[in-house]
Design a protein around this ligand. Structure first.
Ligand code: IPD
Ligand code: CA
Length: 266
């Protein structure tokens, strides 16, 4: 049975707002940091406070299991699962840079997202979508850009925290191949927000590898509901929804960007 997406979208927005408010309480000062998989992969008190605010709201209002970055998740084998990133862009948050977000998606067991919200508590921008209902920014419909020429494109990318050791995924070859073809490049630092920026036409495209489902699932739904397109580097979706290889575009530039990235990776 398909769940009531309108209600679930409202629950996700509520949880994202409360998570963001919790993170904002310690934004702007010094932070308690701990490392995770490597010295560049960090968690702060803000990530934990945001997660602690989000999970009870999802649990009180729905029965779906939760897969959340900082370990607050459940065992899951269910038709639908929440994928939660309490702060996407933790490195920005830790340095008090105002580009980070709370990302919450509800996806089926094949990782097809049906609800997605991405909220930046500093700017108050709430990107939101439900499957078949379109995408919005603070309640107003958004659309990917109509730019069809790479020379007019502003494109963002990212470098995964494992870049020191995983040479093939360090992204520099693709970066060097794309840079001369586009108007300019950005490395903004929150994949969820960056993809949402493609959805609302601020960017023409974004790509990155080596991420996780919680970083991207919500924004990928927001993008597809805004008329944009996403895939992995082969053009399929299997590795895009896990975050392992994400190319997110306004649609018009998708094939050209894929070709450029893949030529550089050979
Ligand atoms: C990170 C951000 C960043 C991206 C990293 C991600 P996190 O997520 O999305 O932009 O480059 O690969 O891990 O760790 O801040 O949730
Ligand atoms: Ca995170």
């Amino acid at each position: 049975m398909t769940p009531d997406l309108t209600t679930l979208r409202a629950v996700a927005e509520h949880a994202a707002r409360d998570g963001g408010a919790a993170a904002l309480k310690t934004y702007g000062g010094s932070h308690d940091e701990a490392t995770k998989a490597n010295i560049f992969d960090i968690v702060t008190e803000g990530d934990k406070a945001s997660e602690a605010a989000i999970l009870p709201i999802l649990r009180a209002n729905t029965r779906f299991p939760i897969f959340s970055e900082e370990g607050g998740g459940d065992e899951f084998d269910a038709p639908y699962i929440w994928h939660v990133d309490p702060i996407d862009g933790t490195v920005n948050y830790a340095s008090n840079l105002p580009h980070f977000s709370v990302s919450i998606a509800l996806a089926d067991r094949d990782l097809a997202p049906v609800v997605g919200v991405v909220f930046n508590p500093v700017t108050g921008e709430m990107f939101s979508a439900a499957r078949g209902q379109g995408a919005t920014l603070n309640g107003k419909p958004i659309h990917a850009s109509d730019v069809r020429d790479m020379h007019q494109a502003l494109i963002a990318t990212g470098f995964p925290s494992g870049r020191r050791t995983v040479r093939r995924e360090n992204n520099l070859d693709a970066f060097m191949a794309v840079l001369p073809r586009v108007r300019d490049m950005r490395r903004l630092g929150s994949a969820a927000l960056d993809i949402s920026f493609v959805a609302c036409g601020r960017l023409e495209a974004f790509w990155e590898g080596g991420m996780n489902s919680w970083d991207v699932l919500a924004a990928l739904l927001i993008l597809s509901e805004s008329g944009g397109r996403y895939s992995d580097y082969d053009g399929g979706t299997a590795r895009a929804v896990t975050g392992k290889q994400v190319v997110a575009t306004n649609g018009w530039l998708h094939e050209e960007l894929l070709t450029t990235i893949n030529a550089a990776r050979r």
